[in-house]
Design a protein around this ligand. Structure first.
Ligand code: ADP
Length: 438
């Protein structure tokens, strides 16, 4: 990190030696003159000379015994190299000003934030935002700490917080020097998380409220107009069952998502053979495939394919991707499920689990957003299919935890392929036990 440089203001060693010598010679000459004209005896003149010599040597003594104290002689503490180094080393943008608001030091981050900052010039000239200028004026006038929030729009939009801290530094000779420290904190990541949290709560409540409203509507109808209509009762109870299941699915997905997020930093380590796991899911989804008239074609290797993972989460991931293929790609009539260990490739490969369908596919503008929570290409279609809008988000989080990645390829009208890639296991040391869990 580079910082604006400043000279310390101290005379170099040879200069001080010259000045001391001049003082002593001048003192000797004056004393000699005074003694010649009878103003002082030789003993008195010698005593005075000794005192002057002692005084001239004090700075040398300070230099020798306390180098830090030497820095203070004749210097303002805010100008000291140590202060400059502290400002330079601060992780956030920082600017130190004198009592009038003139720039003393600033660091690299501050010069990026306000390129017009110059040492010894008023900081107000270099700062653009009216919020900063108002806070700084207030700090200079009142000598009180100030805070200001503002949005920095160039080169990218950033939410910033400025903290102005008045500092009172002690000087070498018992006085004080007043200066002002400005630090700028980038609040953008926090702000984004906060926005996401608010969106998430709004979306989740909305998703829960919709089936709940349907349920209470049907309860009213069953208690009122349809009380004695067995046919209507049968039909409404069926709808109520579907709505209740939708709520249960949504709550399940929300809980799974928060569980995966909570353990996101802990990478699962159990060695799992994915082949039987995928077969188990395909078997479980056969009834849905029959109902949608879709053929599932499994292209699975005969030998085990091992990944380090959490079997529950892997089941969820495989189930979500195949189920999506069956739901949204049903018109294609078939879904191809494949598993390949690409570890033989150069530079270390991956284990790739892919689900390909031949349905309507997904338009390119939706692809980057598919893994956002509650994002759906067609909300009505997703709801009609019993979707919650959380499936792919869950898949992405599970893959993150497994240090994997999700590839989505689709050409509208030609189906879609979702591929989950897992890092390949490092070969175990010869003789090391390998536990394979189904
Ligand atoms: P949902 O619960 O709605 O299925 P997902 O997160 O699993 O939520 O999927 C998000 C959206 O992505 C779906 O609503 C759907 O619009 C789209 N989608 C997912 N898989 C496919 C697919 N195989 N073909 C077409 N669209 C898909």
């Amino acid at each position: 990190m580079t910082i604006a440089s400043s000279s310390s203001g101290f005379a170099p060693w040879s200069d001080r030696l010259r000045r001391s010598a001049i003082v002593l010679i001048a003192a000797a000459l004056v004393l000699a003159g005074v003694t010649m004209f009878g103003g002082l005896t030789v003993v008195q003149a010698a005593a005075v000379f000794l005192v002057i010599t002692g005084a001239a040597l004090v700075p040398w003594h300070l230099q020798h015994t306390a180098p830090v104290a030497d820095d203070l002689v004749g210097a303002r503490p805010a100008e000291m190299p140590v202060v400059q180094a502290v400002v330079g080393g601060m992780p956030d943008a920082a600017v130190l000003l004198d009592r009038a608001g003139r720039v003393l030091h600033f660091n690299q981050a501050a010069s990026q934030l306000a390129p017009a900052l110059r040492r010894h010039e008023l900081a107000l000239f270099a700062l653009r935002s009216p919020e900063i200028i108002a806070a700084l004026r207030e700090a200079i006038a009142t000598r009180q700490p100030q805070r200001a929030a503002y949005v920095d729009r160039a080169p990218v939009e950033r939410w910033m917080e400025l903290i102005i801290t008045p500092l009172v530094l002690p000087t070498a000779f018992g006085g004080t020097e007043y200066c002002i420290l400005m630090t700028f904190h980038d609040q953008t990541p926090l702000r984004r998380v906060e926005e996401m949290r608010a969106d998430f709560v709004a979306n989740a409540s909305h998703e829960l409220r919709t089936p709940l409203a349907a349920l209470s509507g049907f309860i009213d109808t069953l208690q009122g107009p349809a009380r004695d209509d067995p046919k209507a009762r049968e039909r409404f109870l069926g709808i109520m069952h579907a709505q209740a299941s939708r709520m249960a699915r949504l709550i399940d997905d929300l809980l799974s998502l928060s569980r995966v997020e909570l353990s996101a930093h802990v990478r699962p380590e159990k060695l799992i053979d994915v082949v039987p796991l995928v077969r188990q899911v395909i078997d479980g989804l056969e009834p849905l495939a029959r109902e949608r008239q879709v053929r599932i074609e499994a292209e699975l290797p005969a030998e085990p394919v091992i990944v380090a993972g959490d079997s529950e989460e892997l089941l969820r991931l495989v189930e979500n991707l195949i189920e999506n293929g069956l739901k949204y790609g049903a018109s294609g009539g078939r879904v191809v499920v494949s598993l390949a260990d690409a570890s033989s490739g150069e530079g270390g490969g991956e284990v790739r689990f892919a689900v390909r369908d031949f349905g309507p596919g997904i338009a390119p503008e939706h692809l980057p957003r598919l893994t956002e929570r509650f994002y759906r290409v067609d909300v009505g279609d997703s709801r009609a299919q019993g979707g919650t809008g959380l499936g792919l988000s869950l898949v992405k989080h599970i893959l993150n935890r497994h240090r994997g990645r999700l590839l989505i390829e689709s050409v509208a009208g030609h189906g879609a392929t979702f591929t989950a890639c897992f890092p390949v296991m490092k070969p175990a040391a010869p003789g090391a036990p390998v536990s394979v869990k189904e």
